[in-house]
Ligand binder design. Structure first.
Ligand SMILES: [Zn+2]
Length: 370
């Protein structure tokens, strides 16, 4: 939670002095004597604060005295207000100037409290911010995104899931300014996550590794194809509930994003066997590359695929994907190929389930869709 100091020698000396003071009593005049909490050496204070997971302690400590406030101002890099159920907006605005070195900030809410004024205060004070969680901030408008774009250019992780008021124009501006983004959660951003925005992400955020587009119903193949070609390092993409996408999106991902580990296609009912075979063939192509890897290598290729409710798929195509990626499992222990709601796919099994059956240690159940 708190950036550690490097001078442990000094810290050890303080601990020893404290021990000696306790053993010899206050009559011993050698070494510094603590007359109050404010006399704690700053490095020791930072270590104590680092031991707590409760950000409220940090906030209270920042009000003890000028020395503690200054120490926390420069030492605290990670803070969460997710515990705050009342007046989060005012609290954030009043505390922001105290923690200028913040790199990780969670403003996740159970009920919407945060307003643009607090995000603008964050953006104007935390220029080193790398990780920001604004999920479920229903009250925020585009003002917040424009402020973050201009004030926090080093963001690598941004969660704005559920922020349904943001427009795609504001998101496009943010991606142009925050082009180091690696993790972006847009789940439920129904206005912001458009094909135009995905085109901007593909153009600006080439380091992107994880993108959640869950239930962004206006996303179509056009946007996903731009994303796939611009973000070759993509490892996780959630398209659950993106009802417009077809096989063309999956084919583009299979062709361009060789590091893809997790793909969510829940309720994408236009997806057919063609998409499955393109995934399976992408694995075959990568194995034929310059370095031939063992087919049992679970550390590469898809290790999570959700095709629940993709009702057009047939068992041979899904089995081909399962056979191509050793990281995909239908067995209950690992369960990373999720096919619930696809009653026609009950015959699809991962390799370990088949091996267990052959060895007589188990029976491949006839009803094996989860
Ligand atoms: Zn398995």
């Amino acid at each position: 939670m708190v950036s550690g100091g490097s001078q442990t020698g000094g810290l050890d000396m303080w601990f020893q002095t404290l021990m000696l003071s306790n053993e010899k009593g206050r009559s011993d005049k050698e070494g510094p004597i603590l007359s109050g909490w404010k006399d704690l050496p700053l490095e020791l204070l930072m270590r104590v604060v680092a031991l707590t997971d409760d950000p409220r302690i940090i906030i209270v400590a920042s009000g003890v005295c000028t020395g503690w406030r200054d120490a926390l101002c420069f030492g605290v890099t990670n803070l969460s207000f997710a515990w705050c159920n009342l007046n989060m907006n005012n609290l954030v605005r009043s505390l922001v100037p105290k923690f200028t070195k913040l790199e990780v900030l969670s403003l996740r809410q159970n009920r919407p409290q945060l307003e643009d004024s607090a995000v603008e205060a964050v953006a104007s004070n935390f220029h080193e911010l790398k990780d920001l969680d604004l999920s479920r901030s229903f009250r925020l408008s585009d003002r917040s995104l424009y402020a973050l774009a201009d004030g926090c250019p080093h963001l690598t992780r941004l969660n704005i899931s559920g922020c349904s008021n943001f427009s795609d124009s504001a998101l496009m501006h943010l991606t142009a300014c925050c082009n180091q983004l690696k993790y972006l959660n847009l789940c439920g951003c129904v206005r912001a996550a458009s094909d135009r925005a995905l085109q901007a992400i593909g153009q600006n955020c080439n380091q992107l590794q994880s993108l959640n587009l869950g239930w962004c119903e206006s996303v179509s193949d056009k946007g996903v194809i731009c994303l796939a070609s611009g973000c070759p390092d993509l490892r996780a993409l959630d398209l659950c509930g993106c009802i417009l996408i077809t096989d063309e999106s999956v084919i583009a991902l299979a062709n361009s994003c060789s590091r893809l580990r997790s793909l969510g296609l829940y309720y994408c009912q236009n997806i057919t066997d063609r998409a499955m075979y393109s995934l399976a063939n992408s694995r075959v192509r990568s194995k034929r590359g310059p370095t031939i890897r063992k087919s049992t290598d679970e550390k590469e290729g898809l290790s999570n695929l959700n095709i629940s409710q993709c009702t057009a798929l047939t068992p041979p195509a899904v089995q081909a994907v399962c056979d191509s990626f050793p990281g995909l499992h239908t067995c209950p222990e690992r369960h990373s190929l999720i096919i619930s709601g696809c009653l026609s796919l009950t015959s699809v099994h991962c390799a370990c389930a088949v091996q267990a059956h052959r060895a007589g240690r188990g029976i491949v159940p006839t009803n094996h869709a989860y």
